[in-house]
Design a binder for this molecule. Structure first.
Ligand SMILES: Cc1cc2nc3c(=O)[nH]c(=O)nc-3n(C[C@H](O)[C@H](O)[C@H](O)COP(=O)(O)O)c2cc1C
Length: 300
């Protein structure tokens, strides 16, 4: 049985990674998860300079998931390169660096800086609903998404994954736009913009008023969007959104994802990725799949 997958020329030992922002840079999970058993580690978004993030409270529980408006708090690319890359290099897993920015120049600066670093892939977050400038401004307009993809591709030495927002009218249109801009792969979905009100305090629960909804509650919508994206483009699709068990990951793969990312579920079940890696193998054995790639998109 072969669990390896090839994502834009990079071979992962299995199709399982973690969703950006839910796993730090791996260090806080290393006691629960054998990082060597992950296909890749996807890091929290990093910008050219440190970002403080949004005021608190910035996370809340919801039915079947959570809301967050962390606002891409991060220590900046200098600390990331000195601290997080050397930590991850100790493990036999691929490193995907998630990049955020407020402007085209911000994104390009980080991508250029990473060109000389020993990391495997870049994931460009143009889909964060919780920052006012940048992020989503590029992720809701196909022309802007194509332009930012072209811009980062000029500086990128590693394959570029463009991360899409579900807060759009047409996923196929956005996926095609980043493919036209030269993206090597596409990942989706980021969170859905939501709102929660504390009825006793008669106030918004999150200081930011709105936040991104994630977790099992969004899973069926994510599967539909991954299916649509996979049918719209030729580049590989990395599927995420509410994956909490092996069955959810397999569903994404059958819908067309070449690999999957696990996010919110890590918070309440830190070992969930290991269960998913094992569960995919068991499923392959049960149904006689020789390669993971034989499963990708077979539900037409
Ligand atoms: C607390 C939190 C922080 C996140 N931070 C980032 C981030 O820095 N960059 C990014 O691209 N996505 C970020 N996301 C979105 C996730 O990577 C993922 O796309 C989304 O949560 C859906 O997957 P899930 O339902 O499995 O969590 C964050 C999500 C959460 C819950």
């Amino acid at each position: 049985m072969n669990t390896k997958v090839n994502i834009a020329g990079v071979e992962w030992k299995n199709p399982v990674t973690v969703a950006s922002g839910t796993f730090g840079s791996g260090a806080e999970y290393a006691d629960f998860v054998d990082l060597n058993r992950l296909g890749a580690v996807t890091t929290k978004g990093v910008a050219n300079v440190p970002w403080a993030g949004n005021p608190t409270p910035r996370v809340a529980e919801t039915y079947g998931g959570m809301m967050n408006a962390v606002g891409l708090q991060n220590p900046g690319i200098d600390v990331f390169c000195e601290r997080d890359i050397p930590f991850l290099k100790k493990y036999d897993t691929k490193i995907i660096v998630n990049v955020c920015g407020r402007s085209e120049e911000d994104y390009c600066e980080v991508v250029e800086r990473l060109a000389d670093e020993d990391v495997d892939m870049l994931e460009i977050n143009i889909s964060c609903p919780n920052v006012k400038e940048g992020g989503i401004a590029f992720g809701q307009n196909p022309k802007a998404a194509e332009a930012i993809t072209k811009a980062v591709k000029k500086y990128a030495k590693q394959p570029v994954i463009m991360k899409l927002s579900p807060n759009v009218t047409s996923i196929p249109e956005m996926a095609k736009a980043v493919e036209a801009g030269g993206a090597d792969a596409v990942s989706l979905i980021n969170t859905f913009t939501g709102m929660k009100i504390d009825i006793d305090r008669k106030k918004f629960v999150l200081a930011n008023r709105t936040g991104g909804v994630s977790g099992p509650a969004i899973h069926p919508i994510a599967v539909r969007m991954v299916y649509e994206a996979a049918h719209a483009v030729k580049i590989p699709v990395i599927g995420m959104g509410g994956i909490a068990k092996a069955e959810d990951a397999i569903e994404m793969i059958l819908a067309g994802a070449s690999a999957v990312s696990v996010g919110t579920a890590n918070f309440y079940n830190p070992a969930v990725t290991m269960e998913i890696v094992d569960g995919i193998e068991k499923y392959m054995e049960k149904y006689g799949f020789e390669n993971v790639s034989d499963m990708v998109g077979i539900v037409e």
